[in-house]
Design a protein around this ligand. Structure first.
Ligand SMILES: Nc1ncnc2c1ncn2[C@@H]1O[C@H](COP(=O)(O)OP(=O)(O)OP(=O)(O)O)[C@@H](O)[C@H]1O
Ligand SMILES: [Mg+2]
Length: 239
C-alpha cells in the first residue's frame, strides 16, 4: 500500500575540513500516496543525501521525515531503494539477489518473471560479476520492484544504461507504478526522463539546497515546461 512522504524543515550538514558544511537546509516536500515524484538537481546538490534521509539510511540534522504519518526508522522497511550503483551481493546468483526483494512478501510475481520483465531472462544462474553494469542495474531494479514497497526510492537508477534500455526501463517503471500502489521518488538529472515518467517534478538547488521549484506536469505544455526547467539550470533551448 502506498504511503505519503512528508519532509518538513529538513536540513543536513556534514563535518568538512573547515567545520560543518550545510548540504540541505529547510527542505519542505510532501508527496501524497501513490504519487510519482522526480527530484532534479545539479551534481553534488544533495539529491542522494535527501533520498538517504527518506530511506532512513541517514538522519536529518534538523526537521523530520515521515512516511504514512510516522517518522522513518533506521533502514525503514517500508522503502525499497535502487542506488546509483547496483549493490548486488557477489556471493549470490542473480536470481538469489532478486529473490532477496521478495523475502517475506506474498507477491504474485516470481523472481524469474521479474528478471524476464527487465530483459534478463536466462541470467538466473549467473553471478553478478558476469553481468554488464547496465544488466546489474536492471537486476537491482527487479529486486526493488519485487518487494512492492510502500515507497520506492530510485537514485539515478538508469544512469549506467544505454539510451534504448533506459527508455525501456523507464516504461517498465511507469507501467509498474501505474496502479499507484507505491509512492515513487526518482532522483535524476535528466530533465526529459523526469518529464516523461513523473507526475510532478521538484528542483533542488542552492547551497545549502532546498526546493527551488515545484511543477505538476499535468496541464503544462511539455516543451514549454522543459524549457522553463532548463532555464532554471541556466540552460537555454533553441526554439
Ligand atoms: N557522509 C558525508 N560526509 C561529508 N559530506 C558528504 C557526505 N555525504 C554527502 N556529502 C556531501 O554532500 C554534498 C551532496 O552530496 P550528494 O551525494 O547528496 O549529491 P548528489 O546531488 O546526489 O550528487 P550526484 O548528482 O553527483 O549524485 C556533496 O558536496 C557531498 O560531498
Ligand atoms: Mg547522487
Amino acid at each position: 500500500m502506498a504511503e505519503a512522504i512528508s519532509i518538513r524543515g529538513v536540513g543536513r550538514d556534514f563535518a568538512g575540513r573547515a567545520g560543518r558544511v550545510a548540504v540541505l537546509r529547510g527542505v519542505d516536500l510532501e508527496a501524497p500516496d501513490g504519487e510519482f515524484l522526480a527530484v532534479l538537481g545539479a551534481s553534488g546538490c544533495g539529491k542522494s543525501t535527501l533520498l538517504r534521509l527518506v530511506a532512513g539510511l541517514d538522519e536529518p540534522s534538523t526537521g523530520e521525515v515521515r512516511i504514512g504519518g510516522e517518522r522513518v526508522t533506521d533502514c525503514d522497511p517500508r522503502c525499497a531503494v535502487v542506488f546509483q550503483e547496483p549493490r548486488l551481493l557477489p556471493w549470490k546468483t542473480v536470481e538469489q539477489n532478486v529473490a532477496l526483494g521478495a523475502r517475506g512478501v506474498p507477491g504474485t510475481t516470481s523472481p524469474v518473471e521479474m528478471l524476464a520483465r527487465v530483459g534478463l531472462a536466462g541470467t538466473e544462474r549467473a553471478w553478478p560479476h558476469q553481468l554488464s553494469g547496465g544488466m546489474a542495474q536492471r537486476a537491482a531494479l527487479a529486486r526493488a520492484l519485487l518487494r512492492a514497497p510502500s515507497v520506492l526510492l530510485l537514485d539515478e537508477p538508469f544512469a549506467a544504461l544505454d539510451a534504448f534500455t533506459r527508455l525501456q526501463m523507464g516504461d517498465l517503471l511507469r507501467e509498474t507504478c501505474r496502479d499507484r500502489s507505491r509512492t515513487v521518488l526518482l532522483v535524476t538529472h535528466d530533465v526529459d526522463e523526469a518529464l516523461r515518467l513523473a507526475d510532478r517534478v521538484v528542483l533542488l538547488a542552492g547551497r545549502p539546497a532546498s526546493v527551488a521549484a515545484d511543477y505538476r506536469i499535468d496541464g503544462h505544455e511539455p516543451a514549454r515546461l522543459r524549457a522553463e526547467i532548463l532555464a532554471r539550470f541556466g540552460l537555454r533551448v533553441a526554439a
